[in-house]
Design a protein around this ligand. Sequence first.
Ligand code: NAD
Length: 324
Amino acid sequence: MASNKYTAVGFIGLGIMGFPMLENLIKKAPSTTKFYIYDVMAPALEKMASNYPDQVTVCGSSKEVAERSEVIISMVPEGSHVRSVYLTPDTGVLAADVSGKLLIDSSTIDTATSLQVREETLKKYPTASFFDAPVSGGQLGAQKGTLTFMVGSKEDDPEFPVLQHLLGMMGANIVPCGGPSLGLTAKLCHNYCSAMIAIATSESMNIGVKAGMDPRVLANVFHNSVAQSTVCDKWCPVPGVVPGCPASNGYRGGFRVQLMRKDVGLAVDTAKRVGATLALGGAGLQCYTDAANDPKCKDLDSRVVYRFLGGNENWDGKQAEREA
Ligand code: NAD
């Protein structure tokens, strides 16, 4: 870690994303780097500690992680969890003296919570730093170390080179988004856009298939025309069009529809807060909310909106094969 001055790194939240992100960090950091970890669920902690016994120490609270580390990274589900991790009296990160330490939250949460945690951090410990740095790239990107980090900082922030170095061990693109909470803003705008593209692609493919078209022909027309998108090219919501993508595998894997619902909700809230008019936000949020609560769609990849909208999944007679 040539440009990284830290030798004790804390990590809080070892779930679907946090676990592989931390593994990459451990593998790529110098072997002398020590890691202090915490999660409310013990099994992930035990697994990580037994995989890397010389480098990893399990802590009993976020406070302990913060006491023993110089940089602390958190990756938990929602704003309420981030508040709990940082602000819980006696056991939260800010219960430790984090003067001069670097705090990075990579959770996808609302900007207001992130700004509140940053403010409380700086009020109590003026020499500490707090950055939002959410990610895109999913579980696969976390495993491969190819995540995109959207960092709530300016490019010329004195801490940015260190952030770039640390986060670069878990990701391929480290993007300074301009200032506090703007990493989250970028993430929420991105997910809102991709969520609406997934609905538009599902709806238009549904029209085409119901009218008798082969969805592969339609996808090829989109690919070569103005409706081209990564959603259609790589994550096509119609099963059997893109081999290997979640829709072609019973919608397993990918980005859970409940998480997409959460992110669209956060984007719609942000739009209200900043006064941005949305034509699609209300209907889109309702669609993801209903899909997330539908037993046929719950826990599956968010492109399952095609199924939710009643799309024909058996257009090629191979649905049973894909569901097996
Ligand atoms: P997850 O539920 O798999 O993992 C979250 C972990 O945080 C769990 O292990 C949980 O026990 C732990 N946790 C919760 N509250 C805690 C607390 N108070 N103290 C310590 N640990 C606590 O979630 P995930 O899929 O890893 O997602 C994490 C974040 O990353 C979310 O904000 C999500 O929106 C975002 N994200 C997820 C994906 C994805 O594909 N899963 C992609 C990009 C971004």
